[in-house]
Design a protein around this ligand. Structure first.
Ligand SMILES: NC(=O)c1ccc[n+]([C@@H]2O[C@H](COP(=O)([O-])OP(=O)(O)OC[C@H]3O[C@@H](n4cnc5c(N)ncnc54)[C@H](O)[C@@H]3O)[C@@H](O)[C@H]2O)c1
Length: 251
């Protein structure tokens, strides 16, 4: 049986990923700042431990790994999924937005890769999957801290893949398309407001039509991509960025 730690497992993509791993018989450590949400997911999963942890607190990333190892005995898989994003006009960018976004989306991901890497090195195997975004390759002036944080995740994925390859550990990433989650709903309303758009349905429809496949995706589809990389992909695949965005990420 595989043991997996999933960050941000209480909602959206993290929840769907937890359920997908649980359906394949994995033992899970569900890391989230939101205890009721994580407890709810654990109840739906079965074999799952709830790790209530703020990943942006001092030592929070390392604590999440240590507490997950303590709960499960060992870690075969880590999914760095927890993320935060806020739409704000380029000329109005705030320091607090940058701090919150980079602390969670980038710094915690790097520190978890290192902490999990140390544990997996001693076991001689492991798979890490980071959740990036098509935004990392786009010019998004009203969503810059988020886009920059995900460009950082791409850098972390490549560097961690090289650093951990000698120990039989692979590190890959998934770039999801637009899924209907709390984060996506809030962000798109912020972006519409920045652009002075009151016709939210038209605004959302325009964004959907920019996706080459012409439709949005769902958390279950992206979760199955994460599960494939973590459980089924050949172990020669590392430093890969898998585009699960309907062609939105096409550069
Ligand atoms: N929703 C989309 O369309 C979309 C598109 C591309 C990439 N992504 C990425 O997918 C991932 C999941 O996004 P989502 O839409 O499911 O988000 P979400 O906001 O629905 O869920 C994020 C989860 O992370 C948890 N979390 C937030 N701050 C935390 C902290 N400090 N410590 C621990 N846990 C914390 C939240 O409680 C929540 O359960 C993110 O990395 C996001 O950037 C999402």
């Amino acid at each position: 049986m595989h043991s997996a730690m999933i960050t941000g497992a209480g909602g959206g993509l993290g929840r769907a990923t937890a359920l997908a791993f649980a359906a394949r018989g994995c033992a899970l450590a569900l890391v989230d700042i939101d205890e009721p949400a994580a407890v709810d997911v654990a109840g739906a999963c079965g074999n799952a431990h709830v790790i209530v942890q703020d990943l942006t607190a001092p030592g929070g990333a390392e604590a999440a790994v240590a507490r997950s190892v303590a709960a499960l005995g060992a870690l075969d898989i880590v999914v760095n999924n927890a993320g935060y994003g806020a739409g704000e006009a380029f000329l109005d960018m705030r320091e607090t937005t940058w701090d919150r976004t980079l602390d969670l989306n980038l710094k915690a991901v790097a520190l978890i890769c290192a902490a999990a890497g140390r544990h997996m090195r001693d076991r001689g195997s492991g798979r890490i999957v980071n959740v990036t975004s098509p935004a990392s390759r786009m010019a998004l002036p009203n969503y810059l801290a988020y886009a920059a944080s995900k460009a950082g995740v791409d850098a972390v994925t490549r560097a961690a893949a090289v650093a951990l390859a000698p120990f039989g550990i692979t590190v890959n990433s998934v770039a999801p398309g637009m899924m209907d989650t709390a984060m996506q709903r809030i962000t798109e309303r912020q972006l519409a407001a920045i652009e002075g758009r009151n016709d939210i349905d038209v605004f959302l429809d325009e964004r959907t039509r920019r996706i080459p496949l012409g439709r949005r995706t769902d958390c279950e589809t992206v979760a199955s991509t994460i599960v494939w990389l973590a459980l089924h992909a050949p172990d020669y695949i590392t430093a890969e960025r898998m585009n699960a965005s309907g062609g939105l990420d096409k550069d």
